[in-house]
Design a protein around this ligand. Structure first.
Ligand SMILES: Nc1ncnc2c1ncn2[C@@H]1O[C@H](COP(=O)(O)OP(=O)(O)OP(=O)(O)O)[C@@H](O)[C@H]1O
Length: 789
């Protein structure tokens, strides 16, 4: 308000309008209270305080008069009510002068404030839901300054600066106010006036934005805007006060008002002539005087030209030329300066864009280099990955084959060293050892990677002839160190400890039947055990075999099984049966070996060593004995053994013995473990005495005399100590079956007819096949899988 007051005191008119929704505090802002005076009292105080200071000691040069009125609705019409007098008929004239309005001279602020207070008492208010003392009219207070020394003032008594303060009635919502009837009509009037006032401001703003757009005369639509026309046309200075309520419920009203009024800040005061604060009538008269003077000049000008003659015309032409030249020069200077500015601007833009372009190029180049490096790295990584894949595909099978070949070579070399062993028609070649070694690998794979059993079906290796064609779909490299640790190395793994009982024997069921003539019996027990240890540790065979015929034959029947096959032959299925029943069942099964080049004859061999001994005991013993048999079959390790021992062994195995391949216990325990955990009775039963073995020349004798004196359990320690022999020399010397240190050489014996019949009863018709050395048994093709890590 202070700028308006200053302008007012400086002779300029001004307007202050408080607008906003109902109950937002417009009246409180404008008038205030006794303790908190509003704009009007403060303005009066300022005006009279400044006037008193300037007029100190002198006669006042100006006086002030105050008028106060309201515009309210009367039905559908509007009416002006003077709040300072009881005058009834007030008329708003076209010149924005209210005819009949009383102006009260004020000499000090106190009188003015009291006068305003009395006028407020007359103002029409009413209680609404939004405001208990809601204004129902537009209240306008006018202060007019009268300059006594102004010449124009004498001509126009209403002249002078005018300060107008308007307290508008706030826009109301029917929902919030709950007005009905006359209150509702008042609300419509109030809202309409507020709308017209806003339209006038928008029209002024639009006109100021675009001068070509004519200023629409919205002010005609209400009495208030007609009275404030000069302000709404931008001819006089105007200030708006926006009152809003801070409540959450008033958010919409507040938002609407602020959005509506914010553009009004761009309205500029343009009529500078208003500084004279002339009344409209005065301005019109002044303009008329000016126009008359211009017409007089136009009429006088031709007369002057005719009197002065051509000289004056020449002078005027020169003047015009000079003015034109000056104008052109100034235009040229302006254009050249603009051109220079534009050139500099373009240079700066070009330099900036060029710098940015170079930077982007360098960035792109670095990114390209980085990308190429990454590509190279990716290619290298791919190469490494391919190498790893190829290695993983090659390494494991190669390792296996190396193992197999090494074993095969070892076997062949051992066989070459053997002086006695000849393996009949089914000579075991290196491929057999390959096979055995591959069994080992399979078992090791299972042992190492039991969780990959599901992949077994995906990879299988089929033996085709003598060659093993491995089709490994998924093969990963196995760490050699781990293999070493797990005794998978060729040299280390080919020990009984490594692959004997420790291998996963419950998953593998390799049935080996060996028929060895006592003449061709090889005493390379240690090596045989070592070799059979590669067969997954599940080796079964006769330790000492005697065959009635002179034909030396060792038949190896290997039955590496797939899982399904193992299921049928596994200890789970067979372990519950008696050993003899197992042997019969297994031997009677038509085992086919289609792809194995070397066919193995199935021989039924009777084991003369305690056939009725418990299964737990026989498994170990038979494992060792089968190892021995295989060695005998291969003729390996003959040079390492004492011929006497061999002789003794062969002597002990005179009778034809049917050897069944014992199944491992269902618990999956290693044979030695099984023995360890066996009950004392079983242990006792598996420990045949010397007398028992001597007496057990026949199966019947064995069954009767040695039920509790079976073959001594083959322990790991025993095998190690004895080089693979199942019995311990020190403790179990004299035991029949697996005692290598037996010194007595027994002559070969043949089965008595009675025993042969009994054997036939036990073994079934296959006993006849013993002599059929040429019979070729077909064994199911062996499939094995290498599990990869
Ligand atoms: N700043 C404030 N301080 C104290 N009280 C206030 C203030 N503003 C408003 N009020 C109070 O709020 C109530 C409504 O104020 P006021 O009558 O001034 O609103 P209004 O905008 O004039 O409403 P209407 O448009 O209906 O006349 C009054 O009782 C007033 O005393």
């Amino acid at each position: 308000m202070s700028p308006l007051v200053d302008d007012f005191l400086g002779g300029k008119s001004g307007l202050l309008v408080a607008m906003g929704p109902t109950g937002s505090g417009k009246t409180h802002t404008v008038f205030g209270t006794a303790r908190n005076p509003g704009i009007v009292p403060l303005t009066l105080q300022k005006i009279f305080s400044s006037t008193d200071e300037s007029d100190t000691g002198t006669e006042p040069t100006r006086s002030f008069c105050l008028s106060m009125f309201e515009i309210l609705c009367e039905g559908k019409a509007e009416r002006i009510v003077d709040l300072l007098s009881d005058a009834a008929d007030l008329v708003l004239q076209q010149s924005a002068i209210i005819k009949g309005l009383k102006e009260v001279d004020i000499s000090n602020s106190m009188d003015a404030e009291s006068l305003v207070s009395r006028g407020m008492l007359k103002r029409s208010t009413a209680a609404t839901n939004a405001n208990s003392e809601s204004s129902r009219s537009q209240c306008i207070i006018t202060l007019r300054a009268i300059h006594k020394n102004n010449d124009l003032q004498s001509e126009h008594p209403l002249g002078g600066s005018v300060l107008t303060i308007a307290d508008l009635a706030g826009a109301e919502r029917k929902k919030s106010t709950g007005n009905m009837g006359s209150r509702l009509l008042e609300s419509n009037f109030i809202n309409n006036t507020s709308m017209v006032f806003g339209n006038c401001l928008r029209a002024l703003l639009d006109h100021q934005k675009n001068q070509k757009k004519t200023l629409e005369k919205h002010f005609k639509n209400s009495m208030l805007t007609r009275y404030l026309r000069d302000y709404l046309e931008g001819k006089k200075k105007m200030t708006l006060i926006l009152n809003v309520k801070p409540g959450d419920d008033d958010y919409s009203d507040t938002s609407y008002l602020l959005r509506q009024a914010s553009p009004y800040m761009k309205i500029r005061y343009t009529n500078f002539d208003d500084s004279s604060d002339l009344a409209p009538q005065k301005r019109s008269s002044v303009s008329l005087i000016c126009q008359e003077n211009k017409k007089k000049r136009k009429v006088q000008k031709p007369e002057v030209l005719t009197a002065e003659g051509n000289d004056s015309v020449d002078k005027s032409d020169d003047t015009k030329l000079s003015e034109r030249d000056d104008f052109l020069n100034s235009e040229l200077r302006r254009l050249s300066r603009s051109e220079e500015i534009m050139k500099n601007l373009f240079r700066a833009l070009w330099a900036y864009s060029k710098q940015k372009l170079l930077e982007s190029e360098s960035t792109a180049k670095s990114l390209r280099e980085l990308l190429s490096e990454k590509d190279i790295q990716i290619i290298e990584l791919k190469k490494e990955l391919n190498n790893l894949k190829s290695c993983s595909h090659e390494k494991f099978p190669v390792a296996e084959r190396n193992d197999a070949l090494s074993l095969g070579h070892a076997a062949l070399s051992s066989a070459s060293q053997s002086n006695q062993t000849h393996l009949g028609s089914s000579d075991v070649t290196a491929d057999d050892f390959n096979l055995g070694t591959e069994f080992v690998v399979e078992e090791v794979s299972e042992e190492l990677f039991p969780s990959y059993d599901c992949e077994r079906s995906s990879a299988n290796c089929e033996m085709e002839g003598k060659s093993v064609d491995c089709d490994i779909s998924v093969t990963n490299s196995v760490d050699e160190q781990e293999l070493n640790l797990r005794h998978l190395k060729t040299d280390e793994s080919c020990t009984a400890d490594a692959f004997g009982p420790e291998c996963n024997v419950e998953k593998e069921n390799i049935e080996i039947m060996v028929h060895v003539d006592d003449k061709e019996f090889d005493n390379s027990e240690s090596f045989s055990e070592q070799t059979f240890a590669h067969d997954g540790g599940v080796t079964h065979g006769t330790s000492h075999l005697d065959y009635p015929s002179d034909q030396s034959l060792t038949e190896l029947h290997t039955l590496p099984c797939t899982k399904s096959e193992r299921a049928s032959l596994s200890p789970h299925g067979c372990g519950k049966k008696a050993p003899m029943e197992q042997s019969e069942e297994e031997l009677s099964s038509n085992i086919e070996v289609e792809d194995v080049q070397h066919y193995v004859d199935i021989k039924e061999v009777k084991h003369h060593d305690c056939p009725s001994s418990s299964q737990e005991a026989s498994s170990d013993t038979e494992a060792v004995s089968s190892s021995q048999a295989l060695v005998e079959q291969q003729g390996m390790g003959a040079g390492d053994k004492n011929p006497e021992e061999l002789e003794s062994v062969s002597g002990r195995c005179e009778p034809t013995v049917e050897k069944t391949i014992a199944e491992h216990d269902n618990d999956g325990q290693r044979p030695d473990k099984a023995n360890d955990h066996a009950s004392p009775q079983k242990k006792a039963s598996t420990a045949p005495t010397k007398s028992c073995c001597q007496a057990a020349e026949s199966t019947a004798d064995v069954k009767e005399n040695c039920p509790a004196e079976g073959i001594a359990a083959d322990t790991k320690e025993n095998r190690q100590a004895e080089g693979g022999i199942a019995t311990d020399d020190k403790k179990e010397e004299g035991l029949c079956a697996s005692k290598p240190s037996q010194k007595t050489k027994k002559p070969a014996r043949r089965l008595l007819p009675m025993s042969a019949m009994m054997l036939k009863d036990f073994t079934g018709p296959h006993i006849d096949a013993v002599t059929d050395t040429k019979r070729v048994a077909t064994v199911r093709p062996f499939r094995w899988v290498i599990h990869s890590c």
